[in-house]
Design a protein around this ligand. Structure first.
Ligand SMILES: Cc1cc2nc3c(=O)[nH]c(=O)nc-3n(C[C@H](O)[C@H](O)[C@H](O)COP(=O)(O)OP(=O)(O)OC[C@H]3O[C@@H](n4cnc5c(N)ncnc54)[C@H](O)[C@@H]3O)c2cc1C
Length: 388
């Protein structure tokens, strides 16, 4: 069986790309999507922010017009307009994508996939079947991408456990998302609580760390219990759902071109922002660029690289988080103390102006960044590279 496009992995990146393809002039092109899982459970939630309507607004679980930052000394909130911070449940996204794609020449195969680059296209192996396609888009995450690379690059894990809870009395403000509550020990790495209220009595609370290794499960649970009782004064609540996740945070390069006809997408294609772990909005932007490349050049590789200045900032911030994690809290506090949240979010989305970059980067003391820059220069010296 021959297809125009083969997508390996039907998660966020694979399905987003397919949705982008069928939304425009490529709608009648044939697409094969090979995904090993049934994707019938809510295996994650995605949060992102936007100042324009997105195709997922209708299925968003919640949108927050205000953002809150708390570090102990600082307790700040902002109206985000024209931005809004919003959450999508994984299962709602998978169901929406399946329903939308069913109206187009899209074939789903549930199997473990492999792909081979051929002179005229690709061969995809899935189950016992063989398929061919002109182009392949690969979002299969390999275990080696989650391992530290013994090189000059930084590697941390963003790991978290979230509890969705229901309380008997109203305690939450469903208009305000708390992106950082840093009132917790920073001994194990940059550590914070992330609070997403859906109603006065219903919220998702996540205990999140940026550090090299994950914790034993009970440590996340103890921290969540402690925050609910000591910080929010809540002893009685019902646990509705649990979420645990690990997101790789690294400044190592991710090659996009995996063969003459194969493009890496999603996490595999380096779409996770190294300093924050956010990827969903970047995946949407990447999908639009891939489709534009196909339409304009007939091939998918004419996509712009990430702006070098953001790669540089990501690398410095990640280096400070990795080597001097105790400085994470004061750095974040000084950035939020001197900048409105909207500006910080645009910066984190790689969409700030140079002037805004300077306003953000000059907020914290320069020392940690200069030290990170020094380590970066030393690590890039030719003799260092030969030693590793
Ligand atoms: C729990 C969690 C929460 C997150 N929350 C956010 C958030 O709030 N905001 C944000 O911006 N980012 C978030 N991220 C980061 C990022 O957006 C997600 O990881 C996102 O799902 C990445 O998309 P992806 O397509 O690269 O990977 P996935 O969505 O994981 O898709 C990859 C797919 O490939 C399939 N697959 C793998 N190997 C094979 C194979 N051999 N054959 C066939 N199929 C295969 C997998 O089953 C999977 O479905 C989160 C990540 C996690 C883990």
């Amino acid at each position: 069986m021959k297809y125009d496009y083969a997508i390996l992995g039907g998660g966020a990146a694979g399905l987003s790309l397919a949705l982008e393809m069928v939304a425009g002039p490529l709608a009648d092109h044939s697409i094969l999507i090979v995904e090993k899982d049934a994707k019938k459970t809510n295996d994650r939630t995605w949060c992102y922010w936007s100042d324009v309507p997105t195709r997922f607004d209708g299925i968003a679980r919640h949108a927050w017009p205000r953002l809150h930052f708390q570090s102990g000394q600082l307790d700040l909130s902002w109206e985000l307009a024209p931005l809004r911070y919003q959450m999508l449940r994984g299962l709602d996204f998978y169901e929406y994508a399946r329903a939308e794609l069913a109206r187009h020449p899209v074939t789903f195969v549930q199997a473990v996939a492999d792909v081979h680059d051929e002179p005229e296209g690709v061969t995809v192996l899935a189950g016992n079947q063989q398929y061919t396609a002109q182009w392949a888009f690969d979002s299969r995450i390999r275990p080696e991408d989650s391992l530290p690379v013994p090189s000059r690059y930084n590697f941390l894990k963003q790991h978290f456990t979230g509890w969705e809870i229901e309380t008997s009395r109203p305690v939450f403000n469903p208009d305000t998302v708390t992106m950082f509550d840093l009132r917790t020990s920073q001994r194990g790495g940059v550590t914070f609580f992330y609070l997403l209220p859906f109603s006065p009595t219903n919220a998702l609370l996540e205990y999140t760390l940026f550090s090299p290794e994950v914790l034993p499960p009970e440590e996340y649970e103890d921290a969540l219990r402690g925050y609910l009782s000591s910080t929010l004064g809540l002893e009685e609540y019902r646990l509705l759902e649990r979420e645990h996740g690990v997101i790789p945070m690294t400044d190592r390069p991710f090659p996009r071109r995996l063969g003459r006809h194969i493009l890496a997408i999603g996490t595999r294609g380096g779409r996770v922002k190294p300093s924050t772990g956010y990827a969903f909005a970047r995946i949407q932007r990447d999908s639009r660029r891939i489709v534009a490349s196909l339409l304009q050049t007939g091939q998918p590789f004419a996509i712009p690289p990430d702006p070098p200045r953001y790669r540089f900032y990501d690398s410095l911030v990640l280096d400070v988080f990795a080597k001097e994690p105790q400085l994470g809290r004061p750095i974040l506090a000084s950035i939020f103390a001197r900048n409105p949240a909207g500006r910080v979010l645009r910066f984190l989305d790689d969409r700030s102006t140079l002037r805004e970059d300077l306003q953000i980067l000059r907020a914290p003391e320069a020392g940690p960044f200069l030290r990170a820059l020094g380590r970066r220069i030393v690590n890039q010296l030719p003799f260092r590279n030969r030693m590793r």
